[in-house]
Design a binder for this molecule. Structure first.
Ligand code: NAP
Length: 544
């Protein structure tokens, strides 16, 4: 470890490990490294902990994983003393939970908020990273762990005039901490991904007029949220060990597991009855527990997409609006499925209007509203639910400079190259929790975060015990892993569709080519790869 006693009196401060980000990953990584007795500092941009759940305060933000499956599993005491109020908890409750964790384990003293990391440079001779904050301050660390999240680089639309609007406007990720008054207001929402859907269904009953600007419709299915009764609470708590064991066996660490049957292995009546059952079940069951070929066989996928299209037609009164809400350029589940609560019914309200921006494109934002090719719409509030420069965007917003003077942005210009989604050759001593090529972004994310963090912790424990001051993935191991990740994605329908899952974002220069950002082999296989690497004395990495 670094000799912190010899640090020069005038900064920079020296650490064994610097963690960037105090969200779910950063909080748990700090907790684990404390146990090793390491000197750790977490730098966090926000004024509080919580990451995703600190920033996304937009109306309607809530889980779409079952609350109790999403929470940390590392502490029995924590599991015992926290009661989730709903099967799919809302953002304020999750933020309270993460603050509770920070307090319960006395983590705040090592977390510095309001401290955005803007750059990090590896010094080959000293074998350490120098981290620079937006204030200009610097700190030095032997090891650097990024916990910056896959969806933390928000993007406003590239539409002329966004800065001209004179009313209130917000990106959902940058939602204000003060309440926003909707009553009597004319509101626009641009974007109909998982975020837009939550906003739209929540504010529709409150506002005077709501105009939804939709470019690509998504296949949305019911969340079926409900409060957790005292009896359920007792059952959930008693079942925790068995449930967490079960979560380790499913591809995405959800409580839903793929149905082993093929779509065409039964009668049409049986199939329909099964899909009706899924449609009535809570959460992602319909996506994750569907037939095994639903996300790989175009015919199976088309048949199920027809089923969901029929549901949309049943729920939306105006047939023309219903048709606009039915996706026609991608199949069910090939983009992230938004979970909804009376989303489709919102379009039956007389003051809610749908504008299809493929028919009538947005030309510009004006001082008073939004001008499309056929009309000028006036608004008091514009909400940008326009998404993120996903997975790699947050890495590009920090200038990481590796051992040969190249930046990570330069290295990943044609797509990420990683080893296990946790390391990148040329960037020694740096570990990327929930990085690209990692299983985490196809996962009930805290489950995969815990796995990532535990693996990183074991590597750092090894370094501590053996006096290792430098580790790095080899180019060969990285090439092999990156190839494996790409091969796995090949057979999946999602990889032929534009969305953040394939790295497409029309609002960012250069994000117009599909890229494989995620490991698609499922969390159990990913875990097995990581464990095998550790068991073989970190095969694929050079430790010195
Ligand atoms: P998103 O899925 O990327 O959706 C962005 C939306 O904005 C899309 O409808 C997109 O249209 C639209 N858009 C972007 N730029 C536009 C433009 N210039 N003009 C018109 N429309 C534009 O982002 P998101 O909804 O924030 O969701 C991102 C991810 O966050 C989700 O997939 C999910 O993984 C996560 N999330 C999770 C939860 C939860 O767990 N409860 C809730 C919300 C979000 P196109 O589709 O045509 O590009």
């Amino acid at each position: 470890m670094l000799d912190t006693t010899t640090a020069e009196s005038a900064d920079p401060e020296q650490y064994d490990v610097i963690i960037i980000g105090a969200g779910i990953a950063g909080i748990y990584q700090l907790y684990r490294l404390r146990q090793l007795g390491m000197k750790v500092r977490v730098f966090e941009t926000g004024s509080g902990v919580g990451g995703t759940w600190y920033w996304n305060r937009y109306p309607g933000a809530r889980f779409d994983s079952e609350s109790y499956t999403y929470a940390y599993s590392f502490s029995e005491e924590l599991l015992d003393d926290w009661n989730w109020s709903e099967h799919f908890a809302a953002q304020p409750e999750t933020l309270r939970y993460l603050n509770h964790v920070a307090d319960r384990f006395d983590l705040r003293r090592d977390i510095r908020c309001n401290s955005r990391v803007v750059a990090a440079r590896f010094d080959e001779a000293a074998r350490h990273w120098t981290v620079t904050l937006d204030s200009g301050e610097q700190a030095v660390t032997r090891f650097l762990v990024t916990a910056i999240g896959p969806l933390s680089a928000e993007t406003l639309p590239r539409i002329a005039g966004v800065q001209d609007f004179q009313g209130q406007s917000f990106h959902t990720y940058r939602w204000p901490h003060e309440p926003v008054e909707f009553s009597g207001k004319r509101v626009a929402v641009i974007g109909t991904g998982a975020t837009g859907v939550q906003v739209i269904q929540t504010i529709a009953p409150e506002v005077a007029a709501l105009t939804v600007f939709q470019r690509t419709p998504n296949w949305c299915t019911p969340l079926h949220n409900a409060p957790i009764t005292p009896e359920e609470q007792a059952r959930i708590k008693a079942d925790y060990p068995a449930m967490f064991a079960r979560l380790r066996t499913t591809p995405g660490c959800y409580i839903h597991n793929t149905d082993p049957r093929g779509t065409f292995e039964m009668s049409a009546e049986e199939r329909e009855a099964f899909w009706e059952k899924l449609y009535a079940e809570p959460g992602f069951s319909i996506w994750m527990a569907n037939f095994r070929d639903m996300l790989t066989d175009p015919k199976a996928n088309a048949l199920f997409s027809d089923f969901v299209a029929r549901k949309i037609r049943q729920r939306v009164r105006d047939p023309a609006v219903a048709e606009k809400l039915i996706p026609n350029c991608h199949g069910f589940g090939t983009r992230r499925v938004p979970q909804e609560t009376r989303y489709y019914e919102a379009f039956n309200l007389p003051h809610v209007r749908l504008v299809d921006t493929r028919e009538t494109p947005i030309e510009r934002v004006t001082a008073r509203g939004i001008r499309t090719s056929d009309a000028e719409h006036e608004f008091d509030i514009i909400i940008y639910a326009t998404g993120f420069d996903a997975v790699v965007g947050a890495f590009e917003r920090i200038e990481f400079t590796g051992s040969d003077g190249r930046t990570l942005k330069q290295k990943w210009a044609d797509g990420p190259k990683t080893f296990l989604g946790l390391q990148s050759a040329g960037f020694p001593n740096m570990l990327t929790i929930v990085g690209p090529h990692n299983a985490s972004t196809r996962c009930n994310i805290p489950r995969c975060i815990e796995q990532n963090v535990d693996w990183v912790t074991e590597l750092l424990r090894t370094a501590q015990q053996r006096g290792i001051t430098r580790f790095e993935a080899t180019e060969a191991a990285e090439a092999e892993w990156s190839h494996h990740v790409e091969e796995l994605a090949d057979g999946m329908l999602y990889s032929k569709v534009d969305s953040w899952l394939t790295g497409i974002n029309t609002n960012v220069e250069g994000r117009d080519v599909r890229r494989i950002l995620q490991y698609q082999g499922g969390a159990p296989a990913y875990r097995a790869h990581c464990d095998a690497v550790a068991a073989m004395n970190y095969a694929g990495m050079v430790l010195s």
